[in-house]
Design a protein. Sequence first.
Length: 356
Amino acid sequence: MKIAMLTSGGDCQGLNATMRGVAKTLYNEIDDLTIYGITDGYKGLIEGNYRKLKKEDFSGILTLGGTILGTSRQPFKKMQIIEENGVDKVKAMKETYNKLGLDCLVILGGNGTHKTANLLSCEGLNVITLPKTIDNDLWGTDVTFGFHSAIDVATEVIDRIHTTATSHGRIFVIEIMGHKAGWLTLYSGIAGGADIILIPEIPYDINKIKCEIEKRTAENKGFSIIAVAEGAISVEESKMSKKEFKQSRSEMKQSSIAYRLADEIAEITNHEVRVAVPGHVQRGGAPNPYDRVLCTRFGSYAAGLITEKRFGNMVGLKNGETVAVPLNEVAGKLKNVPADDQAVMAARKVGISFGD
Ligand code: F6P
C-alpha cells in the first residue's frame, strides 16, 4: 500500500501526533507499506515536492509541535484558477498523486483545507482527512485537535495577566485567536475567570462594557479582565454589509480589535487600560495530554478507514466516539458558537458579561 500525508493551512499542536497515529497503526497492520510526506501542504502536491518517510520518522514526534512536513496556506478560491505561471493546480495535484501511485492521500487541515480536500475527492482521488485547528470551527466534529492545547496556552496568559491586573487595578484587554469563531476565547475566558468575554457570535455594545466595568468598580473591584476574540464585532458592525464592514475595518486606526477596545474603554472610563496579544504562541509548542490522546485516536481511526477503503471522509468526534463524516458534508461549513451554547449559558449564570 502507498499513501501520502500532507499538512495544510495554519499549524497547530498535534499535527505530528496525528500523523504518528496513522502511521504506527498502518505499520502494525500492513507489511508492504510506503508513506510519502508531501512538503508544505498543497503547495508540495502541486509542485511535486515530497519525500519517502521511514518508520523511524514517526518515532519521537508525539510531543513535537508544528509539523515535520511543513505547511502553507493555499486559498481554495484560487485552486481552480490558472494564474500567470500557467499551472493548472488541480491537474498538477492529480499528476503527483498518480505519479506516486497512491492508494490514499491523508490530509490534515482546517476549513479551507477541507474545501480543497473535497474537490480532490470529487476529482476521484482517495482522500481521508483529519480535523486540525485551534479555532475548533470545523463542522462535523465536536472538537478539533489543537483546540485544547491552545486553551491551555490562552488560559495561562489570562491567569498571568490576572495577577498583574489585580496588583495595579487595571483593565486588561486580552486578544485571543480563533478567526471568525469564538470557541477559544469562550473556553479560555471561562477557564481564566475573565469578567467580560467578547466573541464574534455575540456582537458587543461598548456601553454595556462600560456598565459592567462601573459595576465592578462599585463593588471595589478595581481591575477587569476582558477576553476578546480577534474576530469580535460591535453591534454597529454586525449591521453592516460585508463591503461596509471591510471598509470600516480598513479605516480603523488601531492594529486590532483589542487595541480599539482599549482606546474606547480608556476614553469612557477612568481606568488605566493595557492590552495583551499572545498571538501565535497559542498554537506553538507541544500538544497537551488531551490532544495527544485525541490525535492518537483520530490517527488510528483514520488508518482503519484507509484499510477499509472508506475514502472521502473526515475523521471526527461525536459524543465521545470517533466517527467518519462525509467530506461533502464538511466542506464549506463553519461551526460557530451557538447563542444558547451551554458554556455561554453557564458563563452568564456565574456573572460573566458578553457585552450584549
Ligand atoms: O486558523 C488558525 C489561526 O491561528 C487563527 O486563529 C488565526 O486567525 C489565523 O490562523 C492566523 O493565521 P496566520 O498564521 O496565517 O497568521
